[in-house]
Design a protein around this ligand. Sequence first.
Ligand code: MG
Length: 203
Amino acid sequence: MDGIRGWVFDLDGTLTIAQHDFPAIRRELGIPANDDILTYIAALPEPGRSDLSARLDAIEHRLAEAVQPALGAAQLIRFLRDRGDRLGILTRNLRSVAFSSLRALGVADCFNEEDVLGRKDALPKPDPDGILQLTQRWQLNRAEVVMVGDFRFDLEAGRAAGCRTCLILPQNSWPDLADWHMPDCRSVLNSLSPGLGSDRTAG
Ligand SMILES: [Mg+2]
């Protein structure tokens, strides 16, 4: 991953342990099982759209209180920040919820507020809008930017933006979409700086 100077991270399931039970959220909000939650809400007429959107926000704030850091996530963020790389978050969550999670991980100070893009700041993944916003602001070449995430939408957004992609997941579920595959953030750190990502410093 030499040459990468800009990192766009997905949040839930990538820097934190996945805690969103999407079927349960759909049930709580009365959204059909096979519908994409954000797409479904966006298509509703008012006032239903605002009402359901507010209820989703409340669920996300509730979930953010119980956030758990993913293996090596905080160390990886600190390492990248200390070497001067650009760091962003692209999440389908709210920016305020994203910052609660980043505070819980102890790395909120590593991110500029405008580089944390929630669902009201960019079109939702797999649209590349958020990555393109960040790449432009950072004035980096797309080949110097990687989208890091645990789901197909993260990789598709990265591909659509023309940047590199890294899947963080135990199994390589989308080999055609990922330039790199790592089981966890600790492995990414270890590949960048062997020794730093050891068990001794994990947590
Ligand atoms: Mg995710």
